[in-house]
Write a protein that binds this ligand. Structure first.
Ligand code: EPU
Length: 417
């Protein structure tokens, strides 16, 4: 199995280009199922999750090609409405095909995603929403079996603002009869990107980006030709890389307005974070970071997807910081690994108390999920000596050529098998 070898200590300097957003690309690929013909998505990152999604819709009979960040999805041949366990277990976002399949084809058989390293992650809110729109849903042998005639618009309220739940139901509502109102909807930029693509397909959607989204269903949607937004989590990971190595990075292909919470918190640690006249982000470390508390929250709050990376930074901060994880109950799998590198972290429920150390030391560590892997890479970049990161496949699910990008700005990193 492949491993990453990182020798820490070098300040990262130079320019890094962020890829297209993983968490925007996946719902956009699913949205192609809502239309007949070929949709084209540009700026798609070459990631394991994107390839898995290609296999998923290929398995349904759709055409899928992916080259040079351009994905083309042709729905003409679709004849199988299933998302099998083998694919869903490697990528929970497979559940995003549920809304489009039920809305356009009136049926779907989608494996229930189980719990995962970061929490139980149920999809009850997706299912209740589809039922309220008229779908008949049964759970059989670990599969969601959904059937429907044309869906009806409905007034839906999310107990928790769920990102993929909002996306699934927004896609379903786009083809339903009548008006759907989604209250307490997720406000993430990826939801807005999906809404914009759906609007370009002929959907009538208002309010995406706010917590109340109104969708007036239409009879038919046409394929899209669309550019995905940059990955704000990858950008944030590079921003922390600059701060943790006392480096100076110009981060290109970024939407600074999607990164306000992370930028503000990084500035509180003492890092310089500036938007350049071209609209890029420049991040510069200015000495040992100051301890800062964070609480993860749905957007526009501090993203749970940057919590692990920020914890690496706090591990070497001056003082004690508290990280409160409120989105996922178990998203602290990186803690024991960071401790192997010398971090001083105490966990109690959703709270991590981090006593900043003067430095970390290289060690053998294991990636346990996607963002935990990124946190270990960041810790390794700052640590004294060599770190070996095992189970790299987690990192490859969500970061495109991460080690190449890091090497280009001065990191000593190699992948070995
Ligand atoms: N929840 C429920 N019931 C539901 C749906 C969600 O209780 O039916 C709970 C979850 O268990 C969680 C909270 O609601 O406690 C929020 O979960 P959400 O549904 O928003 O998460 P998600 O849609 O499954 C997406 C991203 C995650 C990201 C979260 C939160 C995609 C493909 N995934 O997941 O990304 O952490 O939103 O922002 O968009 C990652 O990229 O590393 C990643 C895990």
């Amino acid at each position: 199995m492949e491993k990453l070898l990182i020798k820490g200590g070098a300040p990262l300097k130079g320019e890094v280009v962020v890829s297209g957003s993983k968490n925007a690309s996946l719902p956009l690929l699913a949205a192609a199922l809502l239309a007949g013909g070929a949709s084209v998505l540009r700026g798609v990152p070459a990631l394991r999750d994107v390839k898995t999604f290609g296999s998923l819709i290929g398995n349904m009979g759709a055409g899928f090609t992916f080259e040079d960040a351009r994905a083309e999805i042709n729905t003409a041949g679709i004849g199988n409405f299933a998302a099998p366990y083998e694919l869903v277990k490697t990528m929970r976002a497979s559940v995003l095909v549920l809304g489009p399949l039920v809305a356009r084809y009136g049926r779907a058989r989608v494996s229930l995603p189980g719990g995962c390293a970061i929490g139980a992650r149920p999809i009850n809110l997706h299912l209740v929403g589809l039922e309220k729109m008229g779908a008949r849903i049964q759970l059989e042998e670990g599969y969601v079996i959904a059937e429907a005639g044309r869906l009806n618009g409905a007034s839906l309220y999310f107990d928790i603002p769920t990102v993929t739940g909002t996306e699934n139901l927004m896609m379903a509502a786009a083809l339903a009869k009548g008006t759907t109102v989604l209250e307490n909807a997720a406000r993430e930029p990826e939801v807005v990107d999906l809404a914009n693509a759906l609007i370009s397909m002929g959907a009538r959607i208002e309010g995406a980006g706010g917590s109340l989204i109104e969708i007036e269903g239409v009879d038919e949607l046409k394929p899209y030709s669309y550019d995905v937004i940059p990955d704000r989590i990858e950008a944030a990971t590079f921003a922390v890389a600059a701060a943790i190595t006392q480096g100076d990075l110009l981060i290109r292909n970024v939407r600074p307005d999607h990164m306000d919470a992370v930028s503000i918190k990084l500035r509180e640690t003492g890092a310089e974070v500036a938007r350049t006249p071209e609209g890029f982000l420049r991040v510069r470390g200015t000495g040992r970071p100051k301890a800062v508390n964070i609480t993860t929250m749905p957007y526009p709050g501090f993203p749970t997807d940057v919590q692990a990376q920020f914890m690496a930074l706090m591990s070497i901060a001056r003082g004690t910081s508290i990280i409160n994880e409120t989105v996922f109950e178990n998203r602290f799998m990186h803690v024991p690994e960071l401790k192997r590198m010398g971090a001083d972290i105490n966990l109690k429920g959703g709270l991590a108390t981090i006593n900043g150390m003067e430095g970390l030391k290289g060690a053998e560590v294991m990636a346990t999920d996607l963002r935990a892997s990124a946190s270990l890479v960041l810790a390794a970049l700052a640590a004294e000596g060599q770190t070996v990161i095992h189970r790299l496949y987690h990192l490859d699910r969500g970061y495109e050529r991460m080690e190449d990008k890091l090497r280009a700005v001065g990191a000593d990193v190699v992948r070995i098998s």
